[in-house]
Design a protein around this ligand. Structure first.
Ligand code: HDL
Ligand code: ZN
Length: 417
């Protein structure tokens, strides 16, 4: 028996070892490279006022959202801490995550926030980032960059310094979903566009995408789409996709990330925490894959009810790459179901997870949870393979984990990271 064959009772330990040893690429986050300044969030008060926790606060405290949003950042954090971490046990995924981050830095996980605030106040951002990425077991992250964001765009236009651990993404929501509110910003920037898409709008939007792609060098373009997303459809969104976005993606050899299934602001009072989820009609995705065989579609869906059919579609279209357990799905109970059905139907030809981190230190708990949840699932797959007659080697496990958490993304983006 070759030395690297792993006895059945040691498979789980071998999987855990490789998951911990291989640095992952975090392919979708809302983190920002240091040169983008204060739009990058980090530290204990940002961790505690994460919009996931704001939504949970309103279920456990009678403060009304409008009154809450009047509070200072510190007062918001104190209220959430007292309500969700002191008066009630932090059992939810998002509250337990904050506990895990505090614990990872050896900080008190109960009592008050004094020690934590002093600790984070003393951290230097660039070295802190390197520590956090090492603790999270990631080599780099992919950002979400909005060329029409009034806070972010000027920083890029002024020549923000790049960072090898942060890769850019051109985010398209303001063009594809909110054209009415944003077309005049393009017009003010010298692009001859119109509210109704007439005239030179399409060629000018394409020029805008080409200019920002040259500026940012995005590893992909991305858009979040509602559960009602339809294609084909007689709409400006579909015209922008067909005539601007997909051609520029083809020119640059990069994928388009479509994240489908959001029901925006079902409760507007909760602001960023106000979005819900809805089952999408995946015939739109099917038609995109058929009509644009030269384009590649990184795909994450928000409804648990869409996940099995996404695996079926991924078996039909090699230009479709399922990724992550997105947002409301990033909980062990759902991650387990999604990852098992993906392994059963796709083998290792998918990307199991991204963090979607909005606050730097979240990557520590989000990737710890991913490794903890995936260890038994991957071990079970190798166990079954072994029982069915194919011995498992350390090289198998190392190769497969590297493929799922690095190689598939490198192949799909045509880049080496
Ligand atoms: O559109 C997206 O990229 C989503 O991930 C939203 O940012 C969402 O608010 C979020 O933070 N999910 O984790
Ligand atoms: Zn996101």
């Amino acid at each position: 028996m070759p030395s690297s064959v792993i006895p059945s009772d040691q498979i789980r330990a071998a999987v855990e070892r490789e998951l911990n040893a291989i640095p992952f690429i975090d392919i979708h986050t809302h983190l920002f490279m240091p040169s983008l300044g204060s739009i990058g969030l980090w530290g204990i008060d940002e961790l505690i006022t994460y919009h996931y926790l704001e939504a949970e606060l309103f279920r456990s405290h009678d403060i009304q959202p409008a009154a809450y949003f009047e509070l200072s950042k510190r007062a918001k954090a104190d209220l959430i801490w007292q309500t969700l971490f002191v008066e009630n046990a932090p059992l939810s995924e998002a509250t337990r995550g904050v506990v895990a981050v505090l614990n990872a830095f050896g900080l008190p996980t109960s009592g008050d926030l004094k020690d934590a605030r002093e600790f984070f106040a003393g951290r230097e951002l660039r070295s802190h980032i390197k520590d956090v990425f090492r603790m999270a077991g990631i080599s780099e992250v992919v950002m979400t960059n909005d060329p029409l964001d009034p806070d972010e765009a000027p920083l890029w236009e002024a020549g923000a310094e790049g960072d090898s651990q942060f890769h850019a993404v051109l985010r398209l929501d303001r063009i594809l979903n909110k054209w009415e509110q944003n077309w005049q910003t393009l017009e003010q920037k010298g692009f001859a566009v119109a509210a109704d898409g007439s005239g030179k709008t399409m060629s000018e939007v394409r020029r805008f995408l080409e200019e920002w792609s040259a500026r940012m060098d995005p590893v992909y373009m991305a858009v979040s789409l509602p559960d009602t997303f339809a294609y084909p459809e007689d709409s400006l969104r579909v015209r922008f996709l067909r005539e601007c976005v997909l051609p520029v993606c083809r020119e640059r050899g990069i994928p388009l990330s479509v994240m489908i299934g959001v029901r925006y602001l079902v409760n507007p009072e909760l602001r960023l925490a106000g979005d819900g989820a809805g089952k999408a009609d995946l015939r739109a995705l099917e038609r995109l894959c058929v009509d644009f065989p030269e384009n590649r579609f990184l795909t994450s869906l928000l409804s648990r009810e869409n996940q099995h059919e996404l695996c079926v579609y991924a078996r039909k279209f090699a230009n479709l790459m399922p990724f992550g357990c997105w947002w409301f799905l990033n909980n062990p109970s759902v991650v387990e179901e999604m990852t098992r059905e993906r392994l059963e139907m796709l083998g290792t030809s998918f990307i199991p997870q991204h963090s979607d981190a909005r606050v730097l230190e979240q990557v520590i708990y989000k990737w710890r949870n991913t490794r903890r949840t995936l260890t038994p699932i991957l071990a079970n797959s190798y166990q079954l393979m072994s029982e069915d007659g194919r011995p498992v080697t350390q090289e198998d496990i190392r190769h497969d984990i590297t493929r799922m958490f690095r190689g598939n993304f490198e192949t799909f983006t045509r880049r080496k990271f």
